[in-house]
Write a protein that binds this ligand. Structure first.
Ligand code: HAM
Length: 431
């Protein structure tokens, strides 16, 4: 027997049994985003590696350790996108869409990071990414947070906590960075290897460490919020006031720094207690400097991305997945004449009743086997196309979930007969 090819670690198949929850999540999200005026954008999975290095930052874990980077046949270094913001910004610049214009965009698709896989953390994972480009004020930060909050409500996901923080300007962050390096260098002997490595490149990330032995040291570290410039402070206070006005509970987490370098001012994250260490289900923030940094006209922007697997898992845990779809009518076929006519007959029915789902028995089988499949399909009604009946110009109909008996319907009135059988079976055809 040939050796089986294994799936790639950390990359998942979404099976038909799971797809209903995904589709429900996507449909709710699409509808809500449209309601807030966001338009869909699709950008390539591959970009020049340089884009992510410049946007996300060389010293981040994502760029330093997690990117799927390769040289293509033309000799270019390309990378499978680890996130969507950089590609969307690149697309706005490449297509000349900035020049003072505003854009509200969203994008759904897989992202790739070579992380250690565990529950909720994958190497290919899906995000819904949402970006508001061209608005400097805290108003749009607040509206994005309101959008996220409304989505959790619509989906019926509870128990999420919103954490927010302000990173200030690039200058106030630089100043803060220097204070942090000073502090952690003074305590270097207490740091673990990871944090020591970060001290040189990205000391803010030490604050994110999950190592329990470092927590006391981290608690004693200087706080970013103490180093905010006055404009950033005013921006943050206005955001907090608007969240209070709309009744969205939040917690200020002065240690929330985010893992990507492009952020300034507002950063936020919704976290859940229920997915263990992988607890962020949606994260984002403002990135006012990124567009200019990538060669576009200086344009402020803010956005967030949801982790679809993590949110779908919460939906499933909350029992909020739609019931699996089943056919309305299962078509049983018996005899050679009937087999020859079945396809044409069912295709005609599909023309006449495009809203109904028909499952035409495939692969033959005797009557008993076909009825077993019909039962398993969940259809409320079976049509029986038999040679005898067809010779008489009729089709038999049998309710599969009720004890009422089999009836016959003239072929010429079959669509109306199906409607009646479905109505009698307690399931009027969907419109
Ligand atoms: P991020 O925090 O790197 O931000 O990812 C956003 C969300 O994607 C996380 O909150 C998490 O739910 C999910 N996620 C991240 N990594 C994984 C993984 N390995 N497996 C499963 N889910 C994961 C960004 O990507 C930014 N681009 C968000 C943003 C948009 N900021 C501004 N605009």
């Amino acid at each position: 027997m040939a050796v089986q090819i294994q799936p790639i670690k950390g990359m998942n198949d979404v099976l038909p049994a799971e797809i209903g929850a995904w589709q429900y999540f996507e449909a709710c999200t699409r509808e809500l985003l449209a309601g807030y005026g966001y338009e869909e954008i699709r950008v390539p999975l591959l970009e020049h590696t340089e884009l992510f290095k410049r946007a996300i930052g060389e010293h981040t874990d994502v760029v330093g350790k997690e990117m799927y980077t390769f040289v293509d046949r033309g000799g270019d270094s390309l990378t499978l996108r680890p996130e969507a913001t950089a590609g969307i910004v690149r697309a706005l610049i490449s297509n000349g869409l900035l020049r003072g214009q505003r854009h509200k965009l969203w994008c759904l698709g897989p992202m790739f990071r070579h992380e250690a896989p565990q529950a909720g953390r994958y190497r290919q994972f899906w995000q819904v990414d949402v970006e508001a480009v061209g608005c400097p004020g805290p108003d749009v930060d607040g509206e994005l947070i309101a959008l996220g909050t409304r989505l959790w409500q619509r989906l019926g996901i509870t128990g999420l906590k919103l954490e927010i923080n302000s990173l200030g300007t690039a200058e106030s962050r630089r100043e803060y960075r220097a204070r942090l390096v000073e502090y952690f260098t003074a305590h270097e002997s207490q740091l673990d290897a990871d944090s020591r490595r970060r001290l040189g490149g990205n000391p803010l990330r030490i604050l994110d460490s999950k190592n329990p032995q470092l927590q006391e040291l981290i608690r004693g570290a200087p706080l970013l919020t103490e180093h905010l410039d006055s404009d950033s402070r005013a921006h943050f206070e206005a955001l907090c006031a608007s969240l209070r006005a709309v009744g969205i509970p939040y917690e200020i987490n002065p240690r929330l720094v985010r893992g990507l370098d492009y952020y300034n001012r507002t950063v936020f994250e919704w976290i859940t207690a229920s997915t263990g260490a992988q607890n962020a289900v949606c994260s984002g923030g403002r990135y006012d400097g990124l567009i200019a940094q990538l060669g576009g006209d200086a344009t402020p922007a803010v956005g967030f991305a949801m982790g679809v697997e993590r949110l779908v898992a919460l939906l499933v845990a909350a029992g909020r997945t739609p019931a699996a779809a089943h056919p309305d009518v299962y078509v049983v076929v018996s005899g050679t004449q009937a087999a020859a006519q079945a396809l044409a007959l069912v295709e005609r029915l599909r023309n006449e009743r495009p809203q109904l789902r028909f499952e035409l028995n495939a692969g033959g089988g005797n009557f008993k086997a076909q009825f077993r499949r019909a039962d398993k399909s969940g259809a409320p009604v079976a049509l029986i196309l038999g040679d005898d009946e067809l010779a008489r110009g009729v089709v038999a109909m049998k309710p599969l979930r009720a004890s009422t008996g089999q009836t016959e319907c003239p072929i010429a009135q079959l669509a109306a007969g199906v409607d009646a059988a479905l109505a009698a079976a307690g399931q009027a055809g969907r419109s």
